[in-house]
Design a protein. Structure first.
Ligand code: HGY
Ligand code: MN
Ligand code: MN
Length: 407
């Protein structure tokens, strides 16, 4: 291997101590103190590696290693250091710290590259605190207006901009599209394909589109006892029937189609009161835009039908979305030949998880590298991986980055 596995593992384990949870995961919601601590640690390591750190208006961090043609569009590699609530210690940090290990390796071996290399830590890749996901890369790619991102509020009413300033990461550099030579992102697969097939590396050639909705159903609060059933406007019943209908949508569209209701709240939440206000989210994904549009139609149709049935008001708000995107064959080819150089088994695949690579692909040739995680589990404290898989992924990233930085 080109890289130094022990050094890479030590950095991963030190980063995993920030926001560490009792269950072995991490809680590093974007723009919290834990996120700031992770950013500070990454900044210190970037400085130790002699990198020039730029922070932009969205808090995206770009640690630059000079290239022989230092004004050439950079070869970028990165991911994110924020997590979902009680998430895993590999999701995101693997890609940022593998890129750091790649640069440390080039420094050790005194290898220069034509292009500068930029390691990226994207702000708010995950999204649960400040939807939508991939917010920092979305603004960077010009897909999301900066002002809209700044005004986003979390469930406690905290404003994105205020939290970004509070942790001291509202940078000066413009967060706006610029040309990139290439972008590579190493990530755990977060699914079962590589593990079930015993394949070591995924050459990721594209990424699913996703849509996030928030549905509100309002009925009438009343007494659970004397209110006859035919006189009720029960928001929970309408929501429950809608959620059951949403569960049937993927099977009607495609075996790889997915839909999830992850957030749910109701009021007043008292045992003897008919609920009058229920809110829930819907996350649905696929590689074909037409199927995403059809799913949207079916979900909205179900919500309006069940609301009418129970005489409820219904509001459906889109809170995030990105279109399916094919990555670059050339960069995917660099990943493939990096696997062949090291004799790692590999297969082509698409990502059903959202990643910042989706937006990097709008600015330059992009591809991703997947490595297996245990049982394909992620977004949970049990997320885990075999360190040999982490080393192989970092090795492939380093070799592929050498190719794209000299392309
Ligand atoms: O939701 C996603 O797919 C990503 O983990 N934010
Ligand atoms: Mn991730
Ligand atoms: Mn994630």
């Amino acid at each position: 291997m080109l890289i130094n596995p022990d050094r890479f593992r030590r950095s991963m384990e030190e980063m995993a101590r920030i926001g560490a949870t009792k269950g072995g995961g991490v809680n590093r919601l974007t723009l919290t103190d834990a996120d700031r601590e992770a950013r500070d640690l990454f900044a210190a390591w970037a400085d130790d590696a002699g990198l020039d750190l730029q922070i932009d208006e969205m808090g995206n961090m770009f640690a630059k290693r000079a290239g022989r043609e230092n004004d050439a569009p950079p070869a970028m590699a990165g991911s994110h250091l924020d997590s979902v609530p009680n998430g895993g210690r590999f999701d995101g940090s693997l890609g940022v710290l593998a890129a750091l290990e790649a640069v440390r390796t080039l420094n050790d071996k005194n290898i220069s590259t034509r292009r500068p290399i930029e390691i990226v830590n994207w702000t708010n890749e995950e999204g649960p605190r400040f939807p939508p996901s991939m917010l920092g890369s979305g603004v960077f790619a010009g897909a999301i207006p900066l002002e809209a991102a700044y005004e986003t509020r979390d469930s406690q009413g905290a404003r994105f901009l205020d939290e970004l300033e509070r942790i001291g990461y509202r940078g000066e550099a413009p967060c706006a599209p610029r040309s990139i030579g290439s972008y590579l992102e190493l990530h755990i697969e977060q699914g079962p394909a590589l593990v079930s097939e015993g394949v070591q590396v995924g050459v990721v050639e594209g990424i699913f589109g996703l849509t996030w909705l928030r549905v509100t159903m309002k009925g009438e609060r009343d007494h659970a006892g004397p209110t006859p059933m035919h006189m009720r406007r029960d928001a929970l019943v309408g929501a429950a029937r809608t959620i059951a209908a949403i569960r049937e949508v993927p099977a009607r569209l495609h075996p790889e189609f997915v839909a999830t209701v992850g957030e749910f709240s109701l009021s007043p939440g008292a045992i003897n009161v008919i609920p009058d206000d229920v809110r829930f989210s819907v996350d649905f994904r696929h590689s074909e835009p037409e199927l995403l549009a059809e799913a949207r139609r079916l979900i909205e149709e179900a919500a309006h039908r069940e609301a009418a049935e129970e005489n409820l008001e219904v509001e459906i708000q889109e809170v995030g979305g990105s279109t399916p995107t094919a990555f670059d064959a050339g960069v995917a080819g660099a990943v493939r030949s990096a696997c062949e150089e090291s004799g790692y088994s590999h297969r082509s695949m698409w990502s059903a998880a959202g990643h910042d690579a989706r937006y990097a692909a709008d600015l330059g040739p992009t591809a991703m590298i997947f490595v297996p995680c245990i049982a394909g589990k992620s977004h949970s404290e049990e997320e885990d991986m075999d360190w040999e898989d982490a080393y192989r992924g970092c090795d492939v990233l380093t070799r592929a980055l050498l190719k794209t930085a000299d392309s």
